[in-house]
Design a protein around this ligand. Structure first.
Ligand code: 13P
Ligand code: SF4
Length: 352
């Protein structure tokens, strides 16, 4: 049960000491999150991984995050994902075969290596980051997408943004790019379902991926909240649709959402459009401060893959480390890790 897992986790942490760092994303469930040595959004966690000198990094998050940790530590740390089935459905919406086909099809209209910067959201497989590294491109997260797009447009006139159409569209829109210059590449259709003119005129070509959790939030949820709470404030993650983001008062990464709500005054009332575990924890934290925090959807929506990491899996990987065995290590082959690191390092430089 959970209490025996807790005891095993605490004991293992005491034995392993500084040899171990447990990283926890904000969407992790409470029973796991409370054991994390470091927490953060995707950007902060990748920086923590890069700067860690622990021998073992146990990543309570999803697969692409563990890959990034392995890439940024040159395979010199042992990065462990407690449940190997913890993927990301959005990341799975793009793959190397489809992105190469897209690049190929674009090249029948314009020369992408001269005119298009490929930008991958960090929520993507390592080989897509490598694709970006090999084609003059870069990685972004929800907290640096604008700076990364500015960097990209300073080099080439267009961006191919994958896999999340919403982060790309929301960021482009807030940078003043007209909606008709942001076209959606439907990877199920030949040439993305676009005409040659649409490709020629586009500033951003948006891959048609989305997050299954954030797509649950609707503009009507915000309208209803505002009717009932005229002084209430709305904050959303940029993985939400543009209709949701444009009705929100604030838009930003999970770390930004926490920072902003934590800075509020007693009496404030928030509607928050991001994953339920984060919102519930924030609501509990702010309640004694007289701040009300409400989840955007009337239905429960959690990230089912973040939820896969449970105390049982965490205790199991830690027990193994204590016994001198490494299970569930994530290793990215060097021929992929090297170009992927190039695209990640560019991102980390842009942020600095
Ligand atoms: P951030 O924590 O970087 O805002 O990302 C949210 C997310 O969906 C992680 O998969
Ligand atoms: Fe992927 Fe969405 Fe889950 Fe984040 S919340 S890990 S984007 S499915």
């Amino acid at each position: 049960d959970d209490s025996s897992c807790d005891a095993r986790i605490i004991a293992a942490k005491a034995i392993l000491g500084k040899r171990l760092a447990i990283l926890g994303h904000h969407y992790q469930r409470d029973e796991v999150f409370k054991h994390a040595d470091y927490s953060g959004d995707s950007l902060k966690l990748s920086q923590q991984a890069a700067n860690s000198d622990a021998e073992f990094i146990v990543f309570c998050g999803v697969h692409f995050m563990a890959e990034v940790a392995d890439i940024l530590t040159f395979g010199e740390r042992k990065v462990i994902l407690p449940d190997l089935a913890a993927g990301c459905s959005m990341a799975d919406m793009a793959n190397l075969v489809k992105v190469r086909k897209c690049w190929e099809e674009i090249s029948q209209v314009i020369d992408p290596d001269q005119t298009v910067t490929p930008v991958t959201y960090i929520n993507s497989a390592a080989d897509l980051k490598a694709f970006c590294g090999n084609h003059g491109g870069i990685v972004c997260t929800s907290s640096n997408a604008k700076a990364v797009l500015q960097w990209s447009f300073a080099r080439r006139e267009k961006v191919l943004f994958f896999p999340d159409q919403h982060l790309g569209r929301n960021t482009g829109y807030r940078m003043g790019i007209p909606l008709d210059q942001m076209v959606t590449w439907d990877f199920m259709k030949p040439r993305g379902g676009l005409t040659e003119d649409q490709i020629r005129n586009a500033k951003i070509i948006l891959w048609k991926g989305f997050c299954s959790v954030h797509q649950m939030f609707q503009p009507a949820h915000i309208d209803n909240f505002r009717k009932a709470n005229p002084k209430g404030k709305v904050i959303s993650h940029p993985e939400n649709a543009m209709e949701v983001c444009e009705k929100s008062d604030f838009v930003g990464s999970t770390e930004y959402i926490l920072r902003t709500v934590r800075a509020s005054q007693p009496g404030d009332h928030w509607l928050v459009g991001t994953e339920l575990n984060l919102v519930n924890r924030l609501a509990d934290e702010m309640k004694p401060k007289g701040v009300q925090v409400q989840f955007m959807s009337p239905t429960v929506c959690m990230c089912s893959t973040m939820f896969r990491t449970d105390p049982q899996h965490l205790a199991w990987v830690l027990d193994n480390l204590v016994a001198g065995q490494i299970v569930n290590q994530i290793r990215v082959p060097q021929n992929i890790a090297d170009p992927a690191r190039k695209a990640l390092d560019l991102m980390l430089e842009v942020v600095d």
